[in-house]
Write a protein that binds this ligand. Structure first.
Ligand code: ATP
Length: 437
C-alpha cells in the first residue's frame, strides 16, 4: 500500500470505528486536539498497561508515581524550562505559514507554498503553557502546565527513595499528561499540544551511567518488537553533538518508519546528575544519596526513556493495518498484538434468535470478568467477523444452534481465520491459553 494512503486509511478507520475523534467536532474541531472514543480508550489503556507492566510490575527495581500537573513555578526555573524551553520559529513571507526552523527541508523551499528564500530570521518561541493559580492574574500567581512528567519525579526523589528504601540502581515510572505549545502540531496524534507521556527516571551511581544508558536503549527497542512492531520498521538513532541537550551525556531516539519517513517514537537520554543538582540548588534541599555499603555520598545519574502514549499508539496502529483479499472479498484488519487489542473476545450469536440469546448471554457473562468482550448480534455473521477484524479483535466466539445440543461454541482466530469447536465449560481456560498476558 502506498504510504500516504496508509495514514489516510488509519485515520479513517479511527474515525469510522470510534477510536479517535477530532476534539470539539461539532464546532469544527480545535487545533490538532483529539478525543479517544470507546475503542480508542481501550487501545490506549492497553498500551499504557503494557508499558506499566514491563516497567513496574515485572521488575523489582522500579516503582510508580503520579505527581500533580501543576507544580511550584521554581521547579521550571530549576529545570531550565522557563529560560530555555523554546523552539526556533520562522515565518514564510509568502504564505504566512509558520515552521520550526529545525524541521525545514534541506532544499530551503517553503513546505507549504514552495516559495524559495521566503523565510524570516528564526525567533525563539516558548513552548510552555502558562496559567494563573487563584483569583488574581498577576506575576505572583503564574503556574505552568508541565511540559514533561520527569520533573515531578526529580522533586520526589527523596520522598520515594526514603519511603521505599530503594538503592541505586532503581527507577521511578510515571504516566501522565504533558502540554507543549507546539509550533507545528500535526500528522494526526503524532504531534499534539496536549499529549500523554510514559517516562521512567532510572537513578544509578555516576560511573554506571553509560552502561545503563546502553541497557535501556536495547530494552526499549525490544519492548516494541515484543509487542509486534517488525524490527525493520524500527531503528535506534544516536543524536550527534549539536543535537544533544546541554545536560545530556548521550541521547538516542527509537525511530519508527512512519508513512512520511523515519521519525522519533521514543527518546532515551542520559541526563547525568543535571536535574537532581539543579532542583537541589534551587530548593536548598540535599538530593544526594548516601551509599552505606561503600560509605560515600553522591548525586545519582539518571537514564530516562520517555515515550508518548499517543504517538506509540499511532505506531502500533500503522504497523498493524492490513488489507487482504479473502475468497474474492476485501477484508481490513488490525494485526494488533492480543495484549493491545481494544476488545479481546467478541461473542457472536449466529443470528438474532430467542433460543440462541440466553446461551450467548451466558457465555458473555462467563467471559466478561476475565476479558474485555463485545457482544454483537446485528447483521450477517460474515459481516460481524469483518467488523471485529477491522478493530483487531483476536478471537470471536460464535454461539450457534448446535450449541443448544452440544454445549460447545466455535472459536475463530482473526489472523488465520481458523475455527475450533470448544466446550463452554473449557472455554475460559482455552481462551486464556490463546491470550497470554
Ligand atoms: P521533538 O523534537 O519531536 O519536538 P522531543 O525530542 O522534544 O520531540 P521528548 O522531549 O524527547 O521529545 O519527548 C519524549 C517523547 O514524548 C517523544 O519521543 C514522543 O514520543 C513524545 N512527544 C513529545 N512531544 C510530543 C507531542 N507534541 N505530541 C505527542 N507526543 C509527543
Amino acid at each position: 500500500m502506498a504510504k500516504p494512503d496508509l495514514m489516510e486509511r488509519v485515520v479513517n478507520l479511527c474515525k469510522r470505528r470510534g477510536l479517535i475523534f477530532p476534539s470539539s467536532e461539532i464546532y469544527g474541531g480545535f487545533r490538532s486536539t483529539w478525543d479517544y472514543g470507546p475503542l480508542g480508550v481501550l487501545l490506549k489503556r492497553n498500551v499504557k498497561d503494557a508499558w506499566w507492566r514491563s516497567m513496574v510490575q515485572l521488575r523489582d527495581d522500579i516503582v510508580g508515581l503520579d505527581a500533580a500537573i501543576l507544580m511550584h513555578p521554581r521547579v521550571w526555573e530549576a529545570s531550565g524550562h522557563v529560560q530555555a524551553f523554546t523552539d526556533p520559529l520562522v515565518d514564510c513571507r509568502n504564505c504566512k505559514e509558520r515552521f520550526r526552523a529545525d524541521h525545514l527541508p534541506e532544499s530551503g523551499a517553503c513546505p507549504n507554498c514552495g516559495a524559495e528564500g521566503s523565510f524570516t530570521e528564526a525567533r525563539q518561541f516558548h513552548l510552555m503553557f502558562k496559567t494563573h493559580v487563584g483569583p488574581i492574574e498577576d506575576d505572583a500567581s503564574i503556574a505552568y502546565l508541565r511540559p514533561e512528567t520527569a520533573q515531578g519525579i526529580f522533586v520526589n526523589f527523596l520522598n520515594v527513595q526514603t519511603t521505599t528504601r530503594k538503592k541505586p540502581p532503581f527507577g521511578i515510572a510515571q504516566i501522565g499528561k504533558a502540554f507543549r505549545n507546539e509550533i507545528t502540531p500535526g500528522n494526526f496524534i503524532f504531534r499534539t499540544r496536549e499529549f500523554e507521556v510514559m517516562e521512567m527516571e532510572y537513578f544509578v551511581p555516576p560511573e554506571d551511567g553509560p552502561r545503563w544508558y546502553e541497557y535501556w536503549c536495547q530494552e526499549r527497542l525490544r519492548w516494541f518488537v515484543d509487542l509486534g512492531i517488525p524490527e525493520e520498521q524500527l531503528r535506534l538513532r544516536p543524536h550527534d553533538a549539536e543535537e544533544l541537550s546541554h545536560y545530556s551525556a548521550g541521547t538516542s531516539d527509537v525511530e519508527f518508519s512512519y508513512p512520511w519517513g523515519w521519525g522519533e517514537l521514543e527518546g532515551i537520554a542520559n541526563r547525568t546528575d543535571y536535574d537532581l543538582k539543579r532542583q537541589s540548588e534551587y530548593s536548598g534541599q540535599d538530593l544526594s544519596y548516601y551509599d552505606q555499603d561503600a560509605d560515600r555520598r553522591y548525586v545519582p545519574h539518571v537514564i530516562e526513556p520517555a515515550l508518548g502514549s499517543d504517538r506509540c499508539m499511532l505506531a502500533f496502529l500503522l504497523a498493524a493495518y492490513r488489507e487482504e483479499e479473502v475468497r474474492g472479498e476485501k477484508r481490513t484488519l488490525l494485526r494488533l498484538d492480543p495484549r493491545l487489542a481494544p476488545v479481546a473476545v467478541a461473542v457472536l450469536p449466529l443470528s438474532r434468535n430467542e433460543r440462541l440469546n440466553p446461551v450467548a448471554h451466558e457465555v458473555a457473562d462467563l467471559l466478561r470478568p476475565r476479558f474485555m468482550i463485545d457482544v454483537d448480534d446485528a447483521g450477517s455473521i460474515g459481516r460481524r467477523y469483518r467488523r471485529q477484524d477491522e478493530v483487531g479483535t483476536p478471537l470471536c466466539v460464535t454461539v450457534d444452534f448446535e450449541t443448544l445440543d452440544d454445549r460447545a461454541v466455535t472459536v475463530r482466530d482473526r489472523d488465520s481465520m481458523s475455527q475450533d469447536r470448544v466446550p463452554i465449560d473449557k472455554l475460559v481456560e482455552h481462551l486464556e491459553e490463546l491470550l497470554p498476558q
